[in-house]
Design a binder for this molecule. Structure first.
Ligand code: ADP
Ligand code: MG
Length: 685
């Protein structure tokens, strides 16, 4: 019995308040969307004292279950007052109600309401998990309870592997896990055969005998007769309240024959609490929190179990994420790799180069010529790094008694920079050589081989059209062959020498221009054209803008990469939709489990943490596996000579998408479900 307001040690008489008191409680269903509301409870007033064994009896549909849900704080009354230990529960927070369900009540449902993915032992442990009991203690207690209820050999069985009677005994053990001060049993024998039903009834009587407050709901007069008080309900009203047996008392000896085993069940010694003590306990209990580390470990272990039980579904979810992530990584790598290779090939010919060639756009128009003075005009143009006259012709070379025909390029000391071609041995000629019409030259690799074999050519002399030239350098191998022209089969000499002494021609083959800033190549091209046109008065030249060609190619490649990326993103999206589907299904299917967990005392944040952990684990594992798979496929492709460039951004992006998908579609619906009233969640399916 609950004592209230008794000053300690003064010996004042105890003022008794009932453990549970309902005043004019009403509850209606419906009433939304224009449907008429149906009042199921029409003003129930009822008080139940600690240690009572009460049967709530009534025909099917009379509102018994509705009443029990309100008594067990699974649902709130529509109107009226519910006092628990003298405290109005209307003022309780969600967490305080969760604490009350966890610490004060133990539910036994007609349909057992066990979590199907957990075995008997873990089902019984659930209330203790939320109470924060350490693992060894709660496992020991759950095993002990199951053993006492005759299920010692069934600890590892899942609900589907147990008979109805056994499942109901598991649910009774669960109700007792945190003490089970008040046992609320809704038609506990309704789904059982008569023998199992008798066993369950005997257990409840035993618990009542041991001092538990037992509220038994039944439509069966014979079952109700086992209780010491019968409250009869019809049409949402109490129509009778009788006490066939003598006044119960917590101290009274058990009336159950199997007193020996009853003594083994939890005692009710600590049940009597004052209202103030109760409030203090509740505050302490609600405030109590297991360490974050314990919580995290618990959540991971539980998520691991759930995912393991639903292996097929987990695998499908993972597959969606893995394929999505891997394809994004591989496709973007291919796109970027191909792009880089194409650009690299084009860069071989020089990306920031322009060539001004004689001859207008009209092939039948003026021939037009370019001279050295045109080069001088171009040098000061903005963004022009260097401009070089280029004149090529054919010569005969002789070294000793070896003759060779070769192409000669008359260029300036800007050539190494503009042609991106440096001497391998020796030096390049200087501006002084250019001014002096010096008879010096550099040999391309093939010319050197033909004239001198393997020996060093630098410093030796060669006759060019019978004029002796000194070899001052050997050029590195260029390896560029276009049609019949082989860049390694040339000699390079100063422009002045080539044009005046060797070829006797001042008209240029073309002007090579080096551009500083690639991004301004188009403007530079226009400036060059304007400059030359002003000097020539006609447009008798053409400009080949290598930079523009590269830029166009780059744009094509970017489009290709973008398309590959899009395809990959679509596959990620499709994978994501699959994941979303499965996760939504999971939450929907598990809403009843959420209801069970809340009935056994889980707070909203416990439920949220559980689903969050599961979602994060699936997406982390899937995302990581996707990254690994992507890299493995990439490595295989590299082995097959496909150009690939992995991008950290793509990898992180794909991984992030996987994580976000898991969080949004795994966690958000669970968050919604956790906000339901326990009774709504329980009723789902
Ligand atoms: P009992 O347990 O005595 O059989 P219930 O309390 O389950 O009765 O239901 C009482 C009445 O309330 C029934 O007519 C039932 O159809 C109705 N009812 C119960 N739950 C709901 C609900 N969630 N929505 C609408 N009507 C409900
Ligand atoms: Mg019912």
């Amino acid at each position: 019995m609950v004592r209230q307001g008794a000053p300690e040690g003064i010996g004042a008489p105890l003022v008794e308040v009932p453990l549970i008191e309902l005043r004019e409680v009403r509850k209606s269903y419906g009433g939304e969307n224009g449907a008429a509301a149906v009042e199921v409870l029409r003003g129930i007033s009822l008080s139940i004292r600690t240690g009572e064994f009460v049967a709530l009896m009534g025909a099917s549909g009379s509102g018994k279950s509705t009443l029990m849900h309100i008594l067990g704080c699974l649902d709130r009354p529509g109107s009226g007052t519910y006092l628990y230990a003298g405290q109005d529960i209307a003022g309780f927070s969600a967490d305080e109600l969760a604490w009350l369900r966890r610490e004060a009540f133990g539910f036994v449902f007609q349909g057992y309401h066990l979590i199907r993915t957990l075995d008997a032992l873990r089902n019984v442990e659930v209330p203790a998990v939320y109470a924060g009991l350490p693992v060894p203690a709660r496992t020991a207690r759950a095993a002990e309870l199951l053993r006492r209820l005759g299920l010692g050999g069934r600890l590892g069985n899942r609900p589907a592997q147990l008979s109805g009677g056994q499942q109901q005994r598991v649910s009774i053990a669960r109700a007792l896990m945190n003490g089970g001060h008040v046992i609320l049993a809704d038609e506990p024998t309704g789904a059982l055969d008569s023998k199992s039903g008798a066993e369950v009834m005997a257990l409840l009587e035993e618990l009542a005998g041991a001092g538990h407050t037992v509220i038994l709901i039944t439509h069966d007069r014979d079952v109700a007769a086992r209780a010491r008080r019968i409250v009869e309900i019809r049409d949402g009203r109490v129509i009778a309240d009788t006490q066939p047996a003598q006044e119960p008392s917590a101290a009274a000896p058990s009336a159950v024959p199997r007193a020996a085993s009853a003594a083994a069940l939890p005692s009710s010694g600590e049940f009597a609490l004052s209202s103030a003590e109760f409030a203090t306990q509740m505050r302490a209990g609600v405030g109590h929190a297991a360490s974050a580390w314990m919580d995290a470990r618990e959540a991971v272990a539980s998520a691991w179990r759930t995912l393991g039980v639903n292996r097929y579904r987990t695998l499908l979810t993972l597959l969606g994420i893995v394929i999505g992530v891997a394809s994004v990584i591989v496709m973007l790598a291919i796109g970027m790799g191909t792009r880089a290779r194409v650009i690299e090939k084009m860069a071989l010919f020089g990306t920031n180069r322009m060539y001004v060639v004689p001859g207008g756009d009209n092939p039948r128009g003026l021939g037009g010529t370019l001279s050295e003075s045109d080069v001088t005009l171009l040098r000061p143009v903005l963004n022009v790094a260097a401009a070089m006259p280029f004149l090529q012709g054919q010569v005969t070379l002789r070294a000793g008694n070896v003759d060779a025909a070769a192409r000669v390029w008359s260029v300036t000391p800007d050539a190494p920079r503009i042609l991106n071609w440096k001497p391998l041995r020796g030096v390049f000629f200087t501006w002084q050589d250019e001014r002096d019409l010096a008879t010096v030259l550099l040999l391309g690799k093939k010319v050197r081989q033909r004239l001198f074999g393997a020996t060093d050519a630098v410093g030796r002399y060669v006759l060019v059209n019978n004029v002796p030239f000194q070899v001052i350098g050997e050029l590195a191998e260029k390896g560029a062959v276009t049609g019949d022209s082989d860049d390694d089969n040339v000699v390079l000499m100063p422009f002045s020498t080539g044009s005046r002494r060797v070829l006797g021609q001042t008209h240029l083959s073309w002007i090579s221009v080096l551009v500083d800033d690639l991004s301004k190549a188009d403007a530079t091209e226009q400036a060059i054209a304007a400059q030359l046109q002003a000097a020539h008065h006609v447009k008798d030249f053409r400009i080949y803008n290598q930079a523009a060609a590269v830029k166009a190619q780059e744009e094509t490649q970017n489009t290709l990469t973008l398309m590959l990326g899009l395809i990959a993103a679509i596959s990620l999206l499709v994978g994501g939709i699959g994941v979303m589907n499965i996760m939504l299904m999971t939450v929907k299917e598990r809403t009843r489990e959420i209801g069970i967990r809340m009935a056994t005392g889980a707070r909203q944040r416990d439920i949220q943490r559980q689903f969050l952990t599961e979602a994060v684990m699936v997406s982390l594992v899937g995302g990581s596996a996707g990254v690994v798979l992507g890299l493995v496929i990439g490595a295989a492709l590299i082995f097959w000579k496909v150009p690939l460039i992995f991008s950290v951004r793509a990898i992180l992006g794909a991984f992030g998408c996987a994580l976000a998908t898991g969080l949004i579609f795994g966690f958000m619906p669970a968050r919604q479900a956790a906000r339901l009233d326990p009774v709504v969640a329980l009723a789902s399916e």
